[in-house]
Design a protein around this ligand. Structure first.
Ligand code: TSJ
Length: 669
């Protein structure tokens, strides 16, 4: 016995039980329907009063759901093994006709209600519980499983024809009500059920126009999910151009996977679609999968032929098993490094999978009931998919290798992307941190037209500068202690560089692609360093950094180098500062005058030797200082020099360091 046979057997037994329980007597034409009818009509009144309680909307979705509700009953008959063809027609005026070639709804008299069983199906709310609307055997399920009676209540008219191989039974309803009981209107040798209805425009006020595409899509899905079932869809609204589509997929969900790949025009990674199915207790599970060469994942899951867009236990079981099977396969054949493993996302990149389960009692959960909740389904699917997939991989090494490689590529790409993302994030956090560096002595003025930032070499000079500045518009950032070894600072690691990051934070502009001159906090950015080798190196480093990461800062003329004097000359109360040796000699003879007295001269070995007042007079005060505006050419030279300085080649570096004094002069003059 095949898996399908077993399932059918089970379903039939349940259906038979339901019918037996109702003890339908097949023929009892003499019953009086009148009294019962009142009760029945009262039964359907709530549906018309509050349609929203029974269908999820009275808009286009609700309108189309009416069709699914009816079709689902025919699909149930197919699942029970008594029908293999369903026809859905859109007739002129948006009238819907659904017919199947099943056994026909029982027309005998229902013992409790005293009317035809078929009439009960159509006129008693939830009567379908016994006769095809959601009972023990029902597998397909429409919206909330509300059944045919709701469709009847919301239709301007509905006509039911039952073909029992001898007679055609007929009943006409209007808005759920009927004047005449079910009656025989002719002879037939076919069997089946046919329902024709026109949704009530009083209810569906927005539209009563059906979308052929929407209905076709749903019917195609049902045809894939029920292998071998033929569904014919016709649009006959325009009599001059009838449309017909025959949906018949012997391969079932395998063909569903192929259909998805074709419609996305994606290339399969291997030719065959992998497929397995299994049955346990009252659960039937089926899976079809294939990989394609692109990166998106399509996993569609269904429970009792109902799409579960929010997944649930069947999908979770499948996903767990897929991940475990591919990982275990990799481990078994030593394809995975020790401790390495694929994530769920890795094994699902480029995957197209259809998961279908059928069980006797689906629980749908979540706000939109789009998730399967039955807990027993997860371990069932896990076991089924893991065992069969692992065996499959074992038996198909070529396919297994392709799947493994696909997952490996996904894993590598994901890890690379994660690294890049983490770096970008760290960068962003570091650069966007609004907190100013702790060592910054900021100014009070905020308008960058007037403000200046001095980046000062060394803490002691920084201290003097802080005291000597005009705190209204001058800010001081002591950069770092003397650099003894040029190799200690690497410019290519700007992010997290504790020397450069305070500069970036103080300027407020960010760097590189994110650089934004609008955010510049100071109109003048002034590098203040000694006129010696170390000072020169700091200038080179900062200028190179600005050149590479904040070029507009230089291009727009915001960067300067301060010019601290090299000598102080004084005679009595007369004081002069000299920036070069020539100046020193010149000022010395000026101060000496005709007298020729030996003038006092102090040589500054560094900024740190100047007291705050001297620093203000010589270097800070805009009225007295000398500064050099850095051009892009200067910065370019610094960049080249830096490359030599930081390069691997020892010789150019030695030459550079030896001629460094010369370079410093080049830069400053
Ligand atoms: F429910 C419905 F009216 F909407 C509807 C039901 C609509 C359509 C298009 C088809 C059907 C339908 C119902 N097709 N086939 C059936 N079968 C039964 O209701 C049926 C027939 C025989 C027996 C039996 O045990 O003899 C049991 C059932 C449930």
């Amino acid at each position: 016995m095949s898996v399908n046979d077993e399932k059918e057997m089970e379903l039939n037994t349940a259906a038979e039980d339901a019918i037996d329980a109702a003890e339908i007597s097949r023929v009892d034409e003499s019953s009086d329907y009148g009294a019962e009818q009142i009760e029945v009509l009262e039964g359907l009144e709530p549906v018309r009063v509050r349609p929203g309680m029974y269908i999820d909307s009275t808009g286009p979705d609700g309108l189309h759901h009416l069709v699914y509700e009816i079709v689902d009953n025919a699909v149930d008959e197919a699942l029970a093994g008594y029908c293999n063809e369903i026809t859905l027609e859109i007739l002129p005026e948006n009238v819907i006709r659904v017919a199947d070639n099943g056994r026909g709804i029982p027309t005998g008299i229902h013992p409790k209600e005293g009317i035809s069983a078929a009439t009960v199906v159509y006129t008693v709310l939830h009567a379908g519980g016994k006769f095809g609307g959601g009972g023990g055997y029902k597998v397909a399920g429409g919206l909330h499983g509300v059944g045919a009676s709701v469709v009847n209540a919301l239709s301007e008219y509905l006509e039911l024809r039952v073909f029992d191989g001898e007679h055609i039974h007929f009943q006409h309803f209007e808005r759920g009500k009927y004047d005449e009981p079910m009656k025989i209107i002719g002879d037939t040798n076919r069997t089946g059920t046919e329902v024709t209805f026109k949704p009530d425009p009083e209810i569906f006020t927005e539209t009563t126009v059906f979308s052929y595409e929407v209905l076709l899509r749903r019917m195609r899905e049902q045809a894939f999910l029920n292998a071998g079932l033929k569904i014919i869809v016709r649009d006959l609204r325009d009599e001059s151009s009838p449309i017909e589509e025959i949906l018949h997929y012997v391969g079932g969900i395998k063909e569903f996977v192929e259909h998805i790949h074709k419609s996305k025009s994606s290339t399969p990674v291997f030719p065959e679609v992998i497929h397995f199915q299994g049955i346990e207790d009252d659960m039937f599970g089926e899976v079809a999968l294939q990989y394609n060469t692109d990166y998106s994942e399509v996993t569609l899951s269904f429970a009792n032929n109902i799409h579960t867009p929010d997944g649930g236990t069947h999908e979770q079981g499948f996903k767990n098993a897929l991940t475990k099977a591919i990982n275990d396969y990799g481990r078994k054949f030593n394809l995975l490094k020790e401790g390495d493993k694929f994530s769920g996302d890795d094994v699902r990149e480029g995957l197209t999978a259809i998961i279908s389960v059928k069980l006797s009692n689906c629980e749908f959960q979540g706000q939109t009931k789009g998730r399967l909740g039955n807990t027993a389904v997860r371990p069932f699917m896990e076991k089924l998919v893991y065992n069969k997939l692992f065996d499959y991989l074992d038996e198909h090494p070529d396919t297994a290798k392709l799947i493994f490689d696909k997952s490996s590529q996904a894993k590598n790409a994901r890890e690379a992307a994660k690294k890049a993302r983490d770096q970008a994030r760290a960068r962003k956090t570091a650069l966007e941190s609004t907190s100013l560096p702790g060592k910054l002595a900021d100014c009070s003025e905020r308008d960058n037209k007037y403000t200046e930032l001095f980046i000062v070499e060394g803490d002691s000079a920084g201290g003097s500068a802080k005291e000597g500045r005009d705190r209204k518009f001058q800010a001081i950032l002591p950069l770092w202690g003397k650099m003894l070894n040029v190799e200690k600072v690497r410019i290519d690691k700007v992010y997290g560089n504790d020397k450069l990051m305070p500069v970036v934070a103080a300027l407020g502009t960010s760097i590189g692609e994110d650089f934004d001159i609008q955010k510049l906090r100071y109109g003048k950015v002034i590098i203040m360093a000694d006129a010696d080798v170390d000072g020169s190196h700091i200038r080179t480093l900062l200028l190179t950094f600005f050149f590479r990461y904040m070029r507009p800062l230089i291009e727009e003329g915001h960067v300067y180098c301060a010019q601290p004097p090299l000598f102080k000359l004084w005679r009595g109360k007369q004081v002069r500062y000299a920036f070069t040796e020539e100046e020193r000699d010149m000022f010395a003879s000026e101060l000496a005058g005709d007298s020729g007295a030996k003038v006092d001269i102090q040589r500054y070995k560094g900024l740190g030797e100047m007291n705050p007042e001297q620093l203000r007079e010589t270097t800070l005060d805009p009225k007295k200082r000398t500064m050099i505006k850095i051009s892009i050419d200067d910065a370019q030279k610094a960049d080249e020099a830096f490359t030599i300085l930081m390069g691997d080649k020892v010789e150019p570096r030695r030459v550079f360091i030896e001629s460094n004094a010369q370079y410093a002069t080049d830069l400053d003059v």
